[in-house]
Design a protein around this ligand. Structure first.
Ligand code: ATP
Ligand code: MG
Length: 272
């Protein structure tokens, strides 16, 4: 059974190879990745396009197996998606014929019709609706709410089963800048309240700092962890308060410098 000691999730010497699309042989996409997540920790993965961020969270969540090394949740190694894992992707992929609350309930029942019949489901769904400020929209259909609200439904659906670890792959990148900033604050508050261990993939340095306890910077070809940067900013955080926070500005500069070192063209269009 579970133990509260040690890391919640551990990645040890993980390597992943894919067949080369252009010919024979294998492409090493990730090499010798080592990472431990403490319970309740929020970790972001940033790095150039193609460095293996999505592949790494697919491995960490059991969606895909690794070629070398191992990954363990509460000291138990796994090769398929273990119990207690939640996902939020770039597109929330809500069921269009289900209301907001039915979409959230679906995660618990795996059947929209059965959603209302299982005892306890209503309470859990109502709690998530409240946490994500969606209670007034419980009976709306996905097409009747904004993209930002749809993404909040996606988050509520991921959290309703109280996952041990939440994996988010660019959950806000399809949104406009203002909605995105507002949702970062919402996500921070909601995930903090749920105390869920979280791994976020993002291309946005500010988002990574705002949300995280640690930022993992990756390099490409092969994908490796270049550096892990601690984010010792007090919580709760607000964008306003961080605007002229010297520690925040210093962290931002440090991350930019690391990214430029691992990927000199990352901030222009001449490649990775
Ligand atoms: N199923 C697959 N088969 C073959 N190659 C793959 C597969 N999935 C990913 N790759 C390759 O692995 C590398 C890393 O891909 P991945 O999607 O993990 O990068 P990423 O860091 O998430 O990029 P982005 O920031 O653009 O989302 C890329 O070169 C990609 O082409
Ligand atoms: Mg990706």
């Amino acid at each position: 059974m579970s133990t509260d000691r040690g890391p919640l999730l551990e990645v040890s010497h993980v390597t992943k190879r894919f067949p080369r699309p252009e010919g024979p042989g294998l492409l090493t996409v990730l090499e010798d990745i080592n990472l431990s997540l403490a319970p309740g920790e929020f970790v972001s993965l940033i790095g150039p396009s193609g460095c293996g961020k999505t592949t790494l969270i697919r491995l960490m969540s059991g969606l895909m197996g690794c070629d070398d090394g191992w990954i363990a949740l509460r000291n138990e190694r796994f090769e398929s998606v273990p119990k207690g894992v939640g996902f939020v992707f770039q597109e929330p992929a809500l069921l269009p014929w289900c209301t907001v609350s039915e979409n959230i309930a679906f995660a618990l029942t795996a059947s929209a019709d059965a959603g209302k019949r299982r005892p306890g489901v209503d309470d859990l769904v109502n709690k998530q609706l409240e946490l994500t400020s969606l209670t007034p929209f419980a009976s709306y259909y996905p097409t009747q709410i904004s993209g930002g609200m749809q993404q909040r439904v996606g988050l509520a659906r991921a959290l309703v089963g109280s996952p041990d670890v939440l994996f988010m792959d660019e959950p806000l990148s399809a949104l406009d800048a203002f909605t995105r900033t507002a949702l970062q604050a919402d996500l921070g508050r909601i995930i903090e309240a749920a105390a869920t261990t979280t791994v976020l993939v993002t291309h946005d340095i500010d988002e990574a700092i705002f949300m995280s306890d640690r930022v993992v910077v990756m390099k490409a070809n092969p994908g490796e962890i270049a550096q892990i940067v601690d984010v010792p900013l007090a919580r709760p955080r607000s964008h306003e308060a961080l605007l002229d926070d010297a520690d925040y500005v210093a962290l931002r500069t440090e991350l930019m410098r690391i990214l430029l070192k691992v990927s000199p063209h990352i901030f222009n269009n001449s490649g990775n």
